[in-house]
Write a protein that binds this ligand. Structure first.
Ligand code: ADP
Length: 267
């Protein structure tokens, strides 16, 4: 009997826009010298959909940082497959990885990792330098990213002239400046007091609302519950993936106007 063709002639939806991250059987073995090996990832599988906002949690030593480094193209797995936006990247060499990283990944770190002697604008523009964009375009795009995080009045400040929350917003603007496929955040509120942490979570919430994909490592349940899903890692494997039925919302007043109402992209 004649049947309808499958919805996608290319078969399973793996190449469709659905997942931005498809990791299969990821393993990472650190060799410490002699015969000592540490099996940090032990065959981990993970899918993350475009536009998802997920937290990664797990005890110390469970493999979260190793996973984040691999997902962020800072390191290769020892074996396994990692398809990022449809492209297999697990076995790429350092140079190829750095190109992918610059094109597809935005990082936000607990300690901000800003250049101390550079202004907010120059910090945000830096990833665009590696793209080879002309100065004027770098500055325009950096300015737009700083506007996006509500810091257009701090563009010429250096990090030591900014509060912790402002530094983290600069770091988020830097991560956004290249229009990455994924934002990877490692304990982004870990150095902040709770009111300032709420501001950063409000910003992530707004970015997620625009359709951005965000993966955030955190050890705080209260932070993780702002996400749509918690991915729990244990002993180098995904132990559980839990949808958050009722997401926490940022505390009232945590959303600066510029963060809630972004300027029109490209304007
Ligand atoms: P987590 O971020 O969850 O604390 P990690 O990914 O940092 O976990 O570590 C997982 C395991 O791998 C731990 O046993 C850790 O000691 C080990 N490990 C991590 N990085 C290295 C490294 N560069 N060299 C050797 N062992 C490492």
């Amino acid at each position: 009997m004649a049947t309808e063709p499958a919805a996608s002639p290319r078969g399973p939806s793996r190449d469709a826009p659905g997942p931005v991250i498809v990791a299969r059987d990821l393993r990472k073995v650190y060799v410490l010298g002699g015969d000592v090996e540490v099996h940090a990832l032990r065959g981990l599988d993970l899918d993350v959909q475009h536009g998802e906002y997920a937290a990664i949690m797990g005890p110390s030593g469970s493999g979260k940082s190793t996973l984040l480094q691999i997902l962020g193209c800072l390191d290769n797995p020892t074996s396994g497959s990692y398809r990022l936006a449809g492209e297999e990247v697990a076995a790429l060499d350092e140079d190829a990885l750095s190109v992918i990283r610059n094109r597809r990944i935005g990082f936000v770190f607990q300690a901000y990792n800003l250049l101390g002697r550079a202004t907010a604008l120059d910090n945000v523009a830096l990833p665009l330098l590696y793209r080879g964009l002309p100065l004027r375009e770098r500055r325009e795009r950096a300015l737009r990213a700083l506007e996006r995080v509500g810091l257009e009045d701090r563009v010429h400040h250096r990090p030591n002239e900014l509060s912790g929350g402002q530094k983290q917003r600069v770091a988020i603007a830097r991560a956004l400046s290249t229009e990455p496929d994924i934002l990877l955040a490692d304990e982004p509120t870990g150095n902040l007091d709770s009111a300032t942490g709420q501001e950063i979570l409000a910003l992530f919430d707004a970015l997620h609302g625009e359709g951005r994909t965000i993966l955030m490592v955190t050890h705080e349940n209260e932070v993780a519950e702002h996400c749509e899903r918690i991915i729990r890692i244990r002993d180098g494997l995904v132990e559980a993936s839990e949808a958050i039925a009722r997401r926490r919302r940022p505390a009232a007043g945590a959303t600066p106007a510029a963060v809630a109402a972004p300027p029109i992209a490209g304007s």
